[in-house]
Each structure stands twice: as structure tokens, then as C-alpha cells.
Write a protein that binds this ligand. Structure first.
Ligand code: MG
Length: 264
């Protein structure tokens, strides 16, 4: 089992292997190409964890859990619903999710298992799909629902404000992605609690389907969709507010924690 983290230490960006939950063994090289362990160790608490990858693309899947499609009042999709989040929306563990000045009122959380592609993939079969995966991390498909649902004809703005794609805390390379618990806590209260075994299109299907359409470059992030319990579908709705703390937890990976702040 390997956990790959990306971190900054005195202004330099490094990759490291998590050891004993509190130490990083520094890696030389690029986790998407050639790398090797060094004999340098740093304490986790002394560095700043970053998003574990700087992705060339962030692909996201909508309505991929049965219960979430139903709560969203949408029919179950016959094929994956694909959209994109712009890479400037990516942020890391403990980075603030910023409520944008132009749309601060209906910002919502979505816990998602994120696939990290490890090598270039095109026309990959379902059987071979996992050979192209580096690992998995936690992600939050933060969404401004007013833009996404009412104001805009598509989802690009509502899903791509700065900080709307938190990733982390690290990449877990050994995981059964088709049977892991996934949940969201908002200020400690559980809001979403499901398992990836409820995915309509599983990780192999998504990688194969996407790779038939577009080249998946190393480092590409695929957010696989969110289960039920999102804020906008609640009665009354729950949206993120200045001072909140959102935690996305995937069993076998860890917890991605982000505070929420208003844009100043
Ligand atoms: Mg989503």
C-alpha cells in the first residue's frame, strides 16, 4: 500500500510517501513518470499538503449514484453524464473553499471518489482500465447551484469557481474503488454517507468510456459522481456559509478537510 502526497516545504514543491501516518519520505522525480525514494524524511505537521496532483484535466461525472439522481429529480442516465471542471479550481487539503462574490448564496458540497490516471489512456477496455490508474483520492465537487441549475445553460461556471475542486489528502494506490464507504461531514454532522458500490457506472466503465472519446493524459482526475444528501436537495436546503468546515472521507484513503470563507 502506498500513499503519495504532494507538499510544499520552504517554498519548494515535493512528492512524498506517507510513512507511519505522520512522516513523509521524500521522493525524487515525478510520480507520473520516473521516481525513486530518497533517504530524506519530513514530519507531516511541518509541511503544507497540496492537491496530490496538478491535473492536466479534471473530468467529472454527474448523476452517477442512483439515490442522487432520484433526489435531483432526474432520470437515471443511460450513459455517463460528462462535464469538466477547470484546473484553476483545484485546491488542496485545508485550503479554504471561497464563496464567490458573484454567487455566494447557494454553494454546495459533493463528496466524490476521484480517479488519478497514471499513464496515457486511449481506447482502453474495461478489463484493462485499472492498469491505467495511479490511484485514488478524495474530492469535493463544489457547486454554485444558482449558476448550475437556474442561471446558466450549462455547468461550467457553477462548477469551476476558484477553489471549487478540492483534492486530497493524498493518492492511495491500493484500493478497491468499487466497494468503499464515502461520506461528507459539515461542521461535524454527517450529510452524505454511501458506498461506491451504488455507482451506476463503475470506475472501469468510466475509464473505458471516456478513453474512447478523449485521450486521458497522466495526472487526469476523474471525479466519479456524488451520492445522495447534497445540500440543495434537503428540506430546507443547506448551503455552505463563511466559517463552515467540510470534510470528505473515503474509507481506505483518508479525510479531505476544507474550511469555508467568503470572498473578500
Ligand atoms: Mg458531482
Amino acid at each position: 500500500m502506498a500513499r503519495l502526497a504532494r507538499f510544499s516545504d520552504e517554498g519548494q514543491i515535493h512528492y512524498g510517501l506517507l510513512r507511519d501516518n505522520d512522516t513523509l519520505q521524500v521522493i525524487q522525480g515525478d510520480i507520473l513518470r520516473e521516481w525513486q525514494e530518497t533517504e530524506r524524511f519530513v514530519k507531516l505537521e511541518q509541511v503544507t499538503l497540496l492537491a496530490p496532483v496538478a491535473p492536466p484535466n479534471v473530468i467529472a461525472i454527474g448523476l452517477n449514484y442512483r439515490a442522487h439522481a432520484i433526489e435531483s429529480d432526474m432520470p437515471l442516465p443511460e450513459r455517463p453524464v460528462i462535464f469538466f471542471k477547470i484546473t484553476t479550481a483545484v485546491c488542496g487539503p485545508n485550503d479554504p473553499i471561497v464563496l464567490p462574490r458573484m454567487a455566494p448564496d447557494e454553494v454546495d458540497y459533493e463528496c466524490e471518489l476521484a480517479i488519478i490516471i497514471g499513464k496515457e489512456a486511449k481506447h482502453v477496455t474495461k478489463a484493462d482500465a485499472h492498469d491505467y490508474v495511479l490511484g485514488y483520492t478524495c474530492s469535493n465537487d463544489v457547486s454554485a447551484r444558482d449558476c448550475q441549475i437556474r442561471l446558466d445553460a450549462q455547468w461550467a461556471r457553477g462548477k469551476s469557481f476558484d477553489t471549487f475542486a478540492p483534492l486530497g489528502p493524498w493518492i492511495e494506490t491500493e484500493l478497491d474503488p468499487d466497494n468503499v464507504g464515502i461520506r461528507t461531514r459539515l461542521n461535524g454532522r454527517t450529510m452524505q454517507d454511501s458506498n461506491t458500490n451504488d455507482l451506476i457506472f463503475d470506475t472501469r466503465t468510466l475509464i473505458s468510456y471516456l478513453s474512447d472519446a478523449m485521450t486521458l493524459l497522466p495526472g487526469t482526475v476523474i471525479m466519479t459522481g456524488t451520492p445522495s444528501g447534497v445540500g440543495f436537495a434537503r428540506k430546507p436546503p443547506v448551503f455552505l456559509r463563511d466559517g463552515d468546515v467540510v470534510e470528505i472521507e473515503v474509507d481506505g484513503i483518508g479525510t479531505l478537510r476544507n474550511p469555508v470563507v467568503a470572498e473578500t
